[in-house]
Design a protein around this ligand. Structure first.
Ligand code: CP
Length: 312
């Protein structure tokens, strides 16, 4: 039986890997309550009035960082913001020392983005605060996957039984792994689609379908999540040219209109218009890209609220 949980089973949000189905449903249901509040004239609640949150970003971010900051403000938390480029990290300070100094200021929750996989887990073993992974290298981006599932549920009614294809640079994507784990735990079928060189060899062990032909993938799916080509993480050329990639894996209105059913188009951002999707697709009624951004605030409010509830 699928009994509802009232608390998360974990003290940190390091990855979807650590969550069970009930945790995910609890986060999504709590996020729905917060979304209802965000649509009211007074959007702020006092839930985290005594909680201090540090947002520490060792990598660039627009959506995730602003979304966490807004979620914290809406919950009435006190916040401090730290970015590596303007900090003493450049003077040789270690991650642990940096965070211990931040925690000395009585911080309860640390939201961290870091270029190295496992950085959040490392911190959780050495620091007495709840850690939220806001993206660790090419490993996991759990709040992105949660907001993506929330957005699918909102658009299609439920996630269970839906067919979702994740298209593009699966190899370098933390969004892909977190989405695969989250969608599967909620009962969706998942396919990945892209050039052979951008599909990791371990993908079979995750129980997802693999398709290299975009049209076939789109004919199969209810939802297409179009990922960005992560040129900043590509040390070698994984495909002959961007022009060829766009011809084979770019989603345009012509392909979308030629399918015999409507599909939902998602993108975690930032979008490279004309590469993963054309502008007419990104701005069409098929796309829920800005809904994803809107839902990100409610989902992050839910995560912070539930973790704060575990504070002893
Ligand atoms: N989707 C996402 O993580 O975007 P940012 O890198 O802008 O935070």
């Amino acid at each position: 039986m699928n009994e509802k949980q009232e608390q998360l089973s974990t003290n940190h949000l390091l990855g979807i890997k650590d969550l069970n189905k009930q945790d995910i449903e609890l986060i999504l249901d709590t996020a729905q309550n917060f979304k209802d509040i965000l649509n009211r004239p007074i959007k702020k609640v006092p839930s985290l009035r005594d909680i201090t949150i540090a947002n520490i970003f060792f990598e660039n971010s627009t959506r995730t960082r602003l979304s966490f900051e807004l979620a914290e403000k809406r919950l009435s938390a006190d916040t401090i913001n730290f970015s590596a480029s303007s900090s003493s990290v450049s003077k040789g300070e270690t991650l642990i020392d940096t965070v211990k100094n931040i925690l000395a200021m009585k911080v309860d929750i640390v939201v961290m983005r870091h270029p190295f996989a496992g950085a959040g887990r490392f911190l959780s073993r050495n620091i007495d605060a709840h850690i939220v992974n806001a993206g660790d290298g090419a490993h996991e981006h759990p709040t992105q996957a949660l907001l993506d599932s929330f957005s699918i549920r909102e658009r299609l009614g439920e996630v269970a039984g839906k067919k979702v294809v994740i298209v593009g640079d699966i190899l370098h994507s933390r969004v892909a792994l977190s989405n695969i784990l989250c969608l599967q735990k909620l009962g969706a079928e998942v396919m990945v689609c892209g050039p052979t060189t951008l599909i990791p060899k371990y993908i079979d062990s995750l129980g997802v379908k693999v398709e290299h032909n975009l049209r076939k993938a789109l004919e199969w799916c209810d939802v297409a999540n179009m990922l960005r080509i992560q040129l900043e993480r590509q040390d070698i050329a994984y495909f002959p040219s961007l022009r060829e990639y766009v011809m084979l894996y770019g989603l345009n209105k012509e392909i979308l209109d030629s399918l015999d059913k409507p599909i939902t188009v998602m993108h975690p951002g930032p979008i490279n218009r004309g590469v993963e999707v054309t502008s007419d697709v990104a701005d069409s009624d098929h796309a829920i890209i800005l809904d994803q951004v809107e839902n990100g605030v409610a989902v992050r409010m839910a995560v912070l609220y539930l973790l704060a509830g575990k504070r002893s």
